[in-house]
Design a protein around this ligand. Sequence first.
Ligand code: 6PG
Length: 485
Amino acid sequence: MNNVEASSSSGKAQIGVTGLAVMGSNIARNFARHGYTVALHNRSIAKTDALIANHGDEGNFIRTETIAEFVAALERPRRVLIMVKAGAPTDAVIEELADAMEPGDIIIDGGNSLYTDTIRREAAMSARGLNFVGAGISGGEEGALNGPAIMPGGPAESYESLGPMLESIAAQVDGEPCCTHIGPDGSGHFVKMVHNGIEYADMQLIGEAYDLMRKALDLPVAEIADVFREWNTTELESYLIEITAEVLSQVDAETGKPLVDVIVDAAGQKGTGRWTVKSALDLGIPTTGIAEAVFARALSSSTDQRLAARGLKAGALGEAPADKARFIEDIKAALYASKVVAYAQGFDQIAAGSAEYGWDVDRGALATIWRGGCIIRAQFLNRIREAYADDPALPSLLLAPYFRDAVEAGIDSWRRVVSTATLLGIPVPAFASSLSYYDALRAERLPAALTQGLRDYFGAHTYQRVDKEGTFHTLWSGDRSEVAE
Ligand code: 6PG
C-alpha cells in the first residue's frame, strides 16, 4: 500500500488545499498539525497570508499565489483538496487544476457537492487520466480543525494513497478513524447528502420536543435546557442534543431574554436537505422524516403567509398534560422512536442509491464513521453499526432487535405525544409522520388496495388480486365483470 509518511523529505507538499475560507483553512491546519506539509492556495492571497500569519507555527505550510505555483509545490502523485463553494465555483477550480495537473494526480472535492455533479466530474477527470475523489466532510468548523468525519468516494486506487492521510486527520472513536472509502464516483457525496438530510430530521425532532415542553407544559427555556442536558446522559446522547442545551441556555446580553426568543423563527437551508428529498422521490424511498423537516423549514420561512394566517381559529383545544414529568418522559420516547425512523429511512435511501448506481455501500461501515466528527454523531450509531454487523441485509433498521424493542417500549408514549400535540394545536409534523410511517410499515393491509381500484376505474390501470396470479381489470363502464389482462 502506498502509504504517505507525514513530514515531506522532498521539501514538497504532500497535500494542497485551495479555498481557504474557514472550513478550508481549518482542514489545512489539521493536516499541518498531523505533520504533513501543506501547500496553500486561495483566489485572493489575503486569506493565505492570514492563515500563515495566525497559524503558521502549527506546521509546515507552503504559500503559493498562482495555480501553477501551487501545483509545482506538490509531490507526486499530487493531491489537491478543493474547499470552495459547491456548484459553478467548484467546476471552475477543477478545470483550472486539471489543466495544470498530470495523469495519476488526485483532485479531491471536499465541499457539499451534489452527487450527480460528482459523477459527471469523476467521468470527465478520469477521461483525462486524473483521479477525482468527491469527499463528504462533516463536522463544521470545529470538526474540520480537530477531526471531522470524512466520506470519500472515487476510485479505490486513490484511496490507497489518500486514505491514510484522511484517516489521520479524521475524528477517532474507539481507535477507529471516522473515515472510510465509501465507494466509486458520487457515493461519498451521496452519503454526505443523506447525512445532512438526517441532520435536518434530527434538528426538526429536537425542535418539536422543545416546542412541546414550551407550549404544552409551559416550561421555562432554562428548564428545557436542563432536560436536554439530562437526556444527553442517556441513549439520546448526541452532539445535536448537547448543543441544544447550550443554545437554550444562552441569554441575550441586550434584552436579558433567552437567545432563542430573540432569534427570528425562519429557518434557512443551503440545499442538501432538499436534495436528499428529491433523490428519495426519484428512488421511491419514503424518507418522510427528512421531507417533513425540509418542509417545516420552508413553512417557517413563509413569513408573509404565516403573518396573514395568524388569526385562523384553533378550535376547541384539549387539556395540557397534568403530569409534567410523565409527559417529558413521553416526549423523550417519541423523540427516540422518531429518530430511529429517520435513520431507518435514511439508511434505506443509501441502500437504494447504492443499488441504483452500483456503489456497494457498506451501511455498517458508514454507521461506524458517523459515530464521531460529524454533526449527527451519536451514541445510537453504535447500535446501528451492531445491527448491520448482525445482519448486513437488514430490511429496515426498525426490525433490528435492539431498535424494535426500544421503539415498541416507547410506542404508547409516542402515541400520547402525537395525540396530545394534535389536541393542543401544536404542530409536530416529524413526530406525527414518523409514527404514521411506523404504523403503515407494520400494517397488514393498506388502503393502497382502494387506490388501485380507483386507478383501474378511471384509467384502466389494472390491479393484482390477493388470491391468484395475473393482472386484472374491471369493466367499470360496462357490466362490471372482471377480465384478466
Ligand atoms: C456538516 C453540516 C454542514 C452544514 C450544512 C448545513 O455535516 O458539517 O451538515 O455540511 O452545516 O451545510 O446546511 P443548511 O444550511 O442547509 O442547514
